[in-house]
Each structure stands twice: as C-alpha cells, then as structure tokens.
Design a protein around this ligand. Structure first.
Ligand code: UDP
Ligand code: MG
Length: 334
C-alpha cells in the first residue's frame, strides 16, 4: 500500500475549498493500492478559508490543516506542506481546481514505474492573455540562455508528484527567497513530464498580477543564476573597448583636420547610453545584494500558527503531525 500526501496551499480560497476536497476524493478513490492523506496549508487567508478547513479536517481523519501565522506566499506555504508530509510521495496541487484531479492517477502510474518527479506540463497557454504568454516566453528564453548546468522546465508549474527522495532533498534547502521551480530542477533525479490542460478557476479570483509575476521572475533569475552579473562585466568590457577605438578615431580626426566644435549628438547619445547601462548594472547588483540581505538573516521560511486546532510555538514546529494532533477526535473547534 502506497501512502500519498496531497499538499494544497490555500490563500483566500473559501469559495473553492468545499468543491476541491470531494472532487479530488472522487478521483483518487479509484486508484488501487493507495492511501491518501491531505495537508491544507492556510497561508494567512483573510476570508473564511480557515473555518472551512477546520470543518473538513474535523470530519475527515485523513485531512490535516496547517495554518500559518500570516501570508507568507505560495512558495513558503508549499514548503510548510512539504515539511510535514509523511507519505511515500507527495502531490502538490492548487486549491482552485485549475489542476485537474484526473491527472493524479497518471502521475502515480509513472511514479510506480520508477520516476521520482512526475510534473504536469500545460499543453497550451490559451486561457492567458497575449502579454502574459509573451512575458512567459521571454522569461524561459532568458533563463535558458543564462543557466549553464541545469535547465528550467518550460510550462511546468508546481502541480507535480514528488518521491520521498525529492522531498528530503527539498527539505535541505532552507533558503528564504524561494523559487521552487528552480529548486525542483536543482534536485534532479528522474523526471517525467505529463501533459495536462489548465482548467479555469472553479471560483474565487487569482492573487497573481503582472507585478507579482515580475517579482517572481526576478527572484527566479537572481536566486538561480549569477549570469546577469557576468553579462554586465561583458557589457562593461565591450563598451570600454568601443570607447577606446572611438577615442583613437576622434584624436586622429582632430590631428588631421583640426577640431570643428561639433559632436553634441554623439556626446549626448554616448552619455545617455552609458548612464542607462550604469543604472541597469547597479540595479542588477542591487537585486543580488537584496538576496544576500534576506538570506543572511536566516529567518524561518514560515511560522505555523496552529495545526488541527493545536497552537504551535516555533520550537515545536517540526514535530510530526500525528504527535501534534492525537487524538484527533477531541478536535476543539474554537
Ligand atoms: N496561494 C498561496 N499563497 C499566496 C498566493 C496563492 O498559498 O500568497 C495559493 C492559492 O490559494 C492557490 C495557488 O497558490 O491554491 C495558486 O494561486 P492562484 O490560483 O491565485 O494563482 P494562478 O493559478 O492564477 O497562478
Ligand atoms: Mg489558480
């Protein structure tokens, strides 16, 4: 009998939570030789998500909820789930049913054939706007150019099955600025991509906007590769070399033909261009210093407020769930 833990990060998902659990259950019940348990991570929701999770977990023994002390972001919420997951494998899914539960059976099939990381790859980005698609393409193209040793997977999100080996490896990576897609790739092991179609959100609204996507892309780039720094050095060298050639040219012309005071357009162009490059370079360096700043604090990735009704303090945070929640029947629903 295989034990699979389904991890669901939830942020303001009160409208879909009630649909999610039965929908997933209906699919997984048909999978032979598997026992499922669920970890819902309430990522500091401001709506009725927590109350709904309390109800579901009180009614079903296999459901646990972990409520974080505030909103830490999806990357941190997933890590909380990963830290507590006790299954032989883990499946990470969004709460909004955009990730079809029907893919689970196929994931488990490939896992049983020996793959450690079965990722769902979206077959089309049709539901997305032209701008979002173009930005995504640009991001993947830049990442591909920059990363030398390992390549980020295209159109693959967090919807995936991970073997215990990957889970234990991910738990070693306690960095604060988490770009989980990059971490999944870094871990390696045997990967299998299966196609799926992103479903429309069952209800509620997405919390992502262009600004948060830009932030994620910047985080991804700066936590994944130092290639932009190298690129800046390259730019610097190229421009200095060009400037040197130009200087020789100007000097020669002045020696041959005298100095007819012209050259304002050249001057302003060169100045603006160099100014732009300098500000960009400073910005890039700043991004990396920002990363160092956050990492050097060594803060925990998330704080747990309660697990199945039991208040947690940080020191007790990493006790296995079954020790925390026994006996579940005495669930206190205050
Ligand atoms: N989510 C989260 N914390 C956040 C934002 C989102 O746990 O700060 C969860 C959210 O509840 C959902 C998943 O991450 O289960 C994906 O979020 P969403 O559907 O808003 O993003 P999209 O599917 O549009 O990329
Ligand atoms: Mg979604």
């Amino acid at each position: 009998m295989d034990r699979i833990t389904i991890i669901v990060p939830c942020y303001n998902e009160e409208e879909v939570i009630d649909m999610f659990y039965p929908a997933v259950r209906e699919h997984v019940e048909k999978i032979p030789d598997c026992r499922f348990n669920y970890i819902f991570v309430n990522d500091g929701s401001h709506d009725g998500t927590l109350a709904k999770l309390k109800k579901i977990s009180a009614a079903h023994d296999e459901v646990t909820y972990i409520s974080l002390s505030r909103n830490f972001g999806k990357e941190s919420a997933m890590m909380a789930g990963i830290d507590y997951a006790d299954g032989d494998a883990v499946i990470i899914m969004d709460a909004d049913l955009q990730h079809p539960p029907s893919s689970i059976a196929e994931m488990i099939k490939w896992w049983r054939e020996g793959y450690d990381d079965v990722c769902a790859k979206r077959v089309d980005r049709a539901g997305e706007t032209w701008l979002k698609r173009t930005c995504a393409n640009l991001f993947y193209a830049v990442m591909k150019k920059f990363s030398t040793s390992y390549e980020i997977q295209r159109d693959v999100g967090d919807f995936r099955l991970l073997d215990r080996r990957c889970i234990e490896a991910l738990k070693l990576m306690r960095e604060n600025q988490r770009f989980t897609k990059g971490l999944f790739t870094w871990v390696g092991y045997h990967k299998k991509e299966i196609p799926f179609e992103v479903q429309p959100r069952a209800a509620g609204v997405t919390t992502w906007n262009y600004f948060s996507l830009f932030n994620l892309a910047m985080k991804g780039m700066t936590s994944y590769t130092t290639a932009p720094l190298r690129l800046m050095t390259f730019f610097g060298i190229t421009i200095s070399f060009g400037a040197m050639l130009y200087m020789i040219f100007v000097l020669t012309m002045a020696l041959l033909y005298g100095d007819p005071v012209a050259g304002y357009p050249t001057l302003i162009t060169v100045m603006l261009f160099l100014g732009g490059i300098q500000i960009l370079s400073l910005g890039i360096i700043g991004e990396y210093i920002g990363q160092i700043f956050y990492e050097s604090k060594h803060r925990p990735i998330y704080l747990v407020d309660e697990i199945n009704g039991k208040k947690m303090i940080y020191a007790s945070q990493f006790v296995p769930i079954e020790k925390i929640t026994q006996p579940k029947k005495e669930f206190d629903s205050k």
